[in-house]
Write a protein that binds this ligand. Structure first.
Ligand SMILES: Nc1ncnc2c1ncn2[C@@H]1O[C@H](COP(=O)(O)OP(=O)(O)OP(=O)(O)O)[C@@H](O)[C@H]1O
Ligand SMILES: O=C(O)c1ccc[n+]([C@@H]2O[C@H](COP(=O)([O-])O)[C@@H](O)[C@H]2O)c1
Length: 204
C-alpha cells in the first residue's frame, strides 16, 4: 500500500487541508491518507491551541465521507511535543511493507531543516511538498535537496490550486462572526459553533 501521512495542528481543519490531501492522493497514486493531528508542534511550544479532542473530532467530521482518508490520535495520546520522526517510525513499525509518503505544505518544507532527525524521516518516507500562496516552493525544495543531497529521490513537488487560507485567518473570522461557509466543511462549522471553540480566539 502507498500510504500518505499528513500531520498538522488542524485548528480547525479547513478546505486547504482537504484539497492538499486529495491532490496528494491522486497525484502520487496513494491508496490512503492518514491525518495526524499534532499534540504540540515542537517549533510552536507555548502557543495556545484548541484541545486535541476537539481538533480530532473536527478531522473525523471533515473526512467522514472520504473512504481513503483516515485519522489517528497517536500524537495526541502522547505527552510533549509531537516529533514527526517518532510518528513516521511508529507508522513504519505498524506498516512494514507499505511505501510511506509525508505530505507537507510549502511553509513547513521551508522550516524542515529545523525539524528533529530529518534524515531519519527521509529514510522512511518520500516527501510530497505542496505549494501554498506566499511561499516559494521551488526554492525551499532546492534548499532541502542541497542540505540532504543523498535523499534526492525523497522529495517530490505536487502542484495544487493555490488556496490562500489558513486556520489562523479562519479562527479570526469565526471569532468576529464572519462567514466561513464553504471554507470549512459544514459539519466542522456546526461542531465548532456548538462547542464555542473559536468565540474568543483572536489572540491565538
Ligand atoms: N492553504 C493551504 N495550502 C497548502 N498547504 C496548506 C494550506 N493550509 C495548510 N497547509 C499545510 O497543511 C499542514 C498543516 O497545516 P496547519 O494545520 O498548521 O494549518 P494552517 O492553516 O497553516 O494553520 P495556522 O494558521 O494555525 O498555522 C502544513 O503542512 C501546512 O503547510
Ligand atoms: O518533528 C519536528 O521537529 C517538527 C517540527 C515542526 C513541525 N512538525 C510537524 O509538522 C506538522 C505541521 O505543523 P503545523 O503546526 O504547521 O500544523 C505537524 O505534524 C507538526 O508536528 C514537526
Amino acid at each position: 500500500m502507498r500510504l500518505g501521512i499528513f500531520g498538522g495542528t488542524f485548528d480547525p481543519i479547513h478546505i486547504g487541508h482537504l484539497v492538499v490531501a486529495q491532490v496528494a492522493l491522486e497525484e502520487a497514486g496513494l491508496d490512503r491518507v492518514l491525518f495526524v493531528p499534532a499534540g504540540v508542534n515542537p517549533l510552536k511550544v507555548g502557543r495556545t491551541v484548541t484541545d486535541g479532542s476537539h481538533r480530532l473530532k473536527m478531522v473525523e467530521l471533515a473526512i467522514a465521507d472520504s473512504p481513503q482518508f483516515g485519522v489517528t490520535s497517536w500524537e495526541l495520546d502522547r505527552p510533549g511535543p509531537s516529533f514527526t520522526v517518532d510518528t513516521v517510525e511508529h507508522i513504519r513499525e505498524q506498516h512494514p511493507d507499505d511505501e510511506l509518503f509525508l505530505i507537507i505544505g510549502a511553509d513547513n518544507l521551508r522550516l524542515l531543516p529545523k525539524w528533529k532527525s530529518v534524515e531519519r524521516i527521509l529514510e522512511q518516507a518520500t516527501l510530497l511538498a505542496l505549494n501554498r500562496p506566499g511561499e516559494d516552493l521551488k526554492t525551499s525544495c532546492q534548499m532541502v535537496l542541497a542540505l540532504y543531497p543523498h535523499i534526492n529521490e525523497s522529495v517530490r513537488i505536487v502542484d495544487m490550486p493555490g488556496l490562500d487560507i489558513s486556520s489562523t485567518w479562519l479562527r479570526d473570522r469565526l471569532c468576529h462572526n464572519l462567514s466561513v461557509k464553504h471554507l470549512l466543511p459544514a459539519e466542522v462549522i456546526r461542531y465548532s459553533e456548538e462547542n464555542k471553540l473559536y468565540d474568543d480566539s483572536v489572540s491565538q
